[in-house]
Design a protein around this ligand. Structure first.
Ligand SMILES: [Zn+2]
Length: 375
């Protein structure tokens, strides 16, 4: 087994279902301390976070990752137990192999080789790990960034080892993410007997036209880096279960994935403008789960393109698709942030896996990126 496979095996064996870390961070810390890293544990409530840094000068390059994984789901559907990493046909199976213990194993081994060969590299290197990325993410990276910001410790370049790849490893790097804004809406009517509609007011009927407008609205047309903003309704609930009652209210949830053409305030006022065209009473509450961010072309993106070209022989595509990640908490500090990691086809699924060649290639790419930026 290669060092990356070894480390990945050890990490997957630890059942770190979010927000558990199950000793992953301690294991990594023990590997990095002898290489000259200083460790700072920054735990908040049930979440374990660690900040490991080598060197005090600028620029500061940071690998960002999470040690927690999503639950395995029904164990009997797995071809091998999710926390007993198993290799079949050159792929390692197990929960977290792709999301994202594979990325972590690849960057730790890349670091080991890089520091061995370049102990006097320029600038500094840091690792930030959290055990709460897959959960609500309120005590993880967001809190660690607050600590760093308070003492003016600035990350220049941040590489998130999340599974970004599509068809082959490193064919896609994420250079930004759409924003995500969630809404909970209650539309009020008057409950009554279906036989006496004149004595009631049906919130479902009332809302039907508004729903049409909300879901056909052209929010924007996107731009060079982002697809057009979209609104998706995720839940509609109304009714008492009885077939002869007009319900008194209707509850709805929807989410907008939005581009840098829009912001939270504009979206809220445009939604209000649609809803206010109608007579019904409503209440709406919002939760912003992340603003959009975009890393402009610069040192980090060039160094990454060059590294992928050298190791794989092809150019990656810069992309802003996919869900949110912890990169959203780093980007507002003005750091350049990208995501580059394994294939994402099996993440969060039964029989999650990583191709072992991909794992080695990723580790080589990460090492080249360090070479390009810090020597
Ligand atoms: Zn992940």
């Amino acid at each position: 087994m290669t060092p990356s496979q070894d480390l990945l095996t050890e990490l997957v064996k630890k059942e770190s279902v979010t927000p558990e870390d199950s000793g992953c961070q301690e294991m990594i810390t023990n590997k990095l301390i002898p290489l000259g890293f200083e460790a700072e544990q920054l735990d908040f409530e049930d979440t374990k976070n660690i900040w490991l840094r080598r060197g005090q000068t600028k620029p500061l390059f940071t690998f960002l990752g999470h040690t927690d994984v999503v639950p395995p789901g029904p164990l009997n559907e797995w071809n091998s137990p999710p926390f007993e990493p198993t290799v079949r046909e050159n792929k390692m199976y197990g929960r977290g192999t792709a999301d994202m213990k594979g990325g972590i194993a690849a960057f730790i081994t890349a670091l080991e080789r890089f520091i061995q060969n370049h102990p006097d590299h320029k600038g500094s290197i840091a690792i930030m790990l959290t055990s709460d990325e897959e959960g609500i993410a309120t005590n993880g990276v967001v809190k660690v960034v607050e600590v760093l910001e308070k003492r003016q410790e600035k990350i220049d370049w941040c590489l998130v080892g999340e599974p970004s790849s599509d068809q082959k490893v490193a064919d896609v790097i994420r250079v930004g993410r759409r924003g995500s804004l969630c809404a909970k809406l209650t539309v009020y009517g008057i409950q009554g007997h279906v036989a006496y509609p004149e004595l009631a007011c049906n919130p479902i009927h009332q809302f039907a036209k508004a729903l049409e407008l909300l879901t056909t609205e052209e929010w924007d047309q996107g731009n060079d880096y982002f697809p057009a903003t979209s609104l998706q309704v995720s839940n509609i609930n109304s009714g008492t279960g009885a077939e002869n009652i007009i319900p008194g209210h209707m509850d709805l949830q929807f989410n907008l994935r939005f581009s840098t053409e829009l912001n939270e305030t504009t979206i809220k006022s445009r939604v209000a403008a649609i809803l206010d065209q109608f007579d019904f009473k409503y209440e709406i509450s919002w939760r912003l789960s992340g603003n959009p961010f975009l890393t402009q072309p610069g040192e980090l993106i060039s160094a990454t393109h060059q590294a992928i070209q050298e190791v794989m022989g092809y150019e990656p595509k810069d992309d802003t698709g996919g869900g949110t990640s912890d990169g959203r908490f780093i980007a507002p500090t003005q750091a350049q942030v990208i995501e580059l990691g394994p294939l994402n086809e099996s993440i969060h699924k039964i029989n999650e896996h990583i191709d072992l060649n991909d794992l080695e290639n990723l580790s080589k790419i990460y090492e080249k990126i360090l070479l390009n930026l810090l020597t």
